[in-house]
Write a protein that binds this ligand. Structure first.
Ligand code: ATP
Ligand code: MG
Length: 540
């Protein structure tokens, strides 16, 4: 197979096909960043008393820092990216090296696992070559030049420092000349000092994002929904085709290590008891709906719950963009495919994938998010004995059922009781030790579905004490599992308590990775007494 370089790196060699479709050329951003707000200006306004520095931390030491500042008159908080700029001499060397890379970089001759590290090592060799060529260069920082080359050639250019900040969950740009916004874990939405000044700069950047994702965006196909290297989800629009202010993009940053059930407990999103109950529910293939608004944490919760499924279960996941990450081996990951009008490639929808998934004899079908006709097929699959796990944009159970039973999903009301459990995750505000409101996520309700319009609230979040109330003794699911096992309800509750102890143990000992959790889940199935002995659980 011929290995290709990202297209923005080969523009000088190959005539880009996208040009035919009205896309413009997409060169590497060769202009190194100049800080929009200099630290001097910032310092001055702090000294004058107009602004307050809330916090600062490095993004890439020693070249890039985040300054979180508060404008005292307006009361607004901003995110300032400060990068140490290049000197004129460094800038000219930087430009020569970028030019050299653009001309000399050849596609790899043999298969490479990671095209980015291939380019990165070529860039390092290019820098070394220039170091040798130029000899002694007093006052010139090669490490700073290296930073800008990495940022602009391999990285995300202007927004690269934002991509490096682990506190940032989303990065979005609503058009040229408007500050790029970020969703910060501590401060929620913040405008940043990063601005794409002109439409062409933003158009080029959006094309670069599409190419990095191995996709295409142009006047002919002005909408992009794709995954960037590193798993970041990107949605973008091109020029003014569908977005009035010009090109736009939004990136949901991917976490290297997924949020696990142990994290959810540590963050206070869920109580150990609720988590143990859901673990048991996963074990007994209870169909579960995860509800919430955009960005509330639905997919993360789905992933954390799927991590608790029995290792022997056959799992098929169906998504538009591959976001889920599971440790189970018996897992088939299917993703839909958009249509490309000119290439004659047919579209594969979630609907088609849910249909085909039944051929895989799955124990559990996980649909990343149900929105349309695929919901109907999923419910048919559940009706024929499969277990379903999915997310839905809805604020509560009533809204969810209304959506499910209306077009385009059209689920008959008689199918609603096929769902055993629904839970909702919300972003709520908590006042931290310093008296500041801080956004946190909480699973504010878990319902059990008795029948259409008959929902029992098993667990609720109580805002005043920031705690949860759980009523296992009234649980329909617990009763159902007791019947399946041929035991009494107390016996099932005892099992939930054991699982809670295991989860508590994992939280206290910091064993939070999804692989670690999978090991404990698996061991609890095969050698429960050993696990219980390890965690010091004493039978009553
Ligand atoms: N319980 C949590 N605590 C802290 N951060 C969380 C939690 N759950 C999710 N997040 C973070 O919130 C962001 C959004 O999460 P996620 O993608 O799961 O949301 P979503 O509801 O699926 O969003 P969308 O509606 O866009 O699909 C991610 O950056 C994720 O890391
Ligand atoms: Mg999601």
């Amino acid at each position: 197979m011929k290995i290709k370089l990202p297209r923005f790196l080969v523009r000088k060699r190959v005539k880009d096909e996208s040009a035919k479709l009205g896309a413009i050329d997409s060169p590497v951003d060769v202009e190194p960043a100049k800080p929009i707000v200099s630290p001097e200006k910032l310092r001055l306004s702090i000294v004058r008393g107009d602004a307050k520095l809330l916090e600062t931390y490095p993004l890439y030491e020693p070249w890039a820092y985040a300054y979180i500042t508060e404008d005292l008159s307006a009361g607004t908080i901003s995110y300032v990216v400060y990068e140490i700029g290049l000197t004129p001499q460094e800038e000219s060397v930087y430009k020569s090296i970028v030019d050299y890379i653009m001309w000399e970089l050849e596609p790899p001759k043999t298969h490479v696992e990671d095209i980015n590290s291939y380019i990165s090592s070529f860039a390092k060799r290019a820098i070394r070559f220039f170091q040798l060529k130029l000899g002694r260069t007093p006052g010139l920082s090669w490490s700073k030049i290296g930073y800008y080359i990495e940022r602009n050639v391999i990285g995300y250019g202007l927004i690269d420092p934002l991509m490096k900040d682990p506190n940032i969950e989303d990065i979005s740009c609503n058009g040229p000349g408007i500050p790029v916004y970020v969703w910060h874990r501590k401060y929620e939405y913040l405008p940043t000092s990063v601005v794409f000044k002109t439409s062409s700069e933003l158009d080029e950047f959006v094309i670069k994002l599409a190419h990095l994702a191995g996709k295409h965006i142009s006047v002919a196909y002005p909408v992009l929904d794709a995954i960037l290297p590193g798993g970041h989800r990107v949605a973008a629009t091109f020029q003014k085709e569908v977005s009035t202010k010009g090109s736009t993009f939004t990136i949901r940053k991917f976490r290297e290590d997924p949020i696990t059930i142990v994290d959810l407990i540590s963050y206070g999103t869920i109580s150990p008891e609720m988590a143990a109950y859901l673990w048991l529910a996963m074990d007994y293939k209870m169909t579960t709906l995860i509800l919430g608004v955009t960005g509330s944490g639905k997919t993360s919760t789905l992933n954390a719950l799927a991590n608790l499924l029995r290792p022997t279960y056959k799992i098929v996941t169906i998504e538009d963009t591959p976001e889920l990450r599971l440790p189970q081996e018996n897992w088939v990951q299917l993703t839909s495919r958009p249509t490309y009008l000119v290439s004659g490639v047919s579209e594969i929808k979630l609907y088609d994938l849910v249909k085909v998934s039944l051929r895989y004899r799955p124990d559990v079908i996980i649909v990343g998010e149900v929105r349309g006709e695929e919901a109907y097929v999923l419910f048919q699959a559940i009706a024929t004995g499969h277990s379903g796990l999915t997310t839905l944009h809805a604020e509560d159970i009533d809204a969810a059922v209304k959506r499910l039973t209306s077009p385009p999903m059209n689920i008959p009301t008689s199918y609603i009781p096929l769902v055993n459990i629904a839970l909702v995750i919300k972003r709520v505000t908590k006042i931290d030790e310093s008296g500041r409101p801080r956004p946190v996520r909480r699973i504010t309700s878990i319902w059990e579905i008795k029948d259409y319009e008959k929902y029992c609230e098993l667990a609720t979040w109580e805002p005043i004490r920031d705690g949860f109330k759980v009523n296992l003794r009234e649980s329909i699911v617990v009763e159902k599992i007791a019947k399946m096992r041929g035991v009494d309800v107390e016996n099932v509750i005892e099992d939930i308590i054991k699982r809670k102890y295991i989860l508590d143990y994992l939280v206290v000992t910091g064993k939070r990775s999804y692989e670690r959790i999978a090991t404990y889940v698996s061991n609890y199935y095969y050698k429960p007494s050993e696990v219980l002995k390890e965690i010091g659980f004493k039978e009553r």
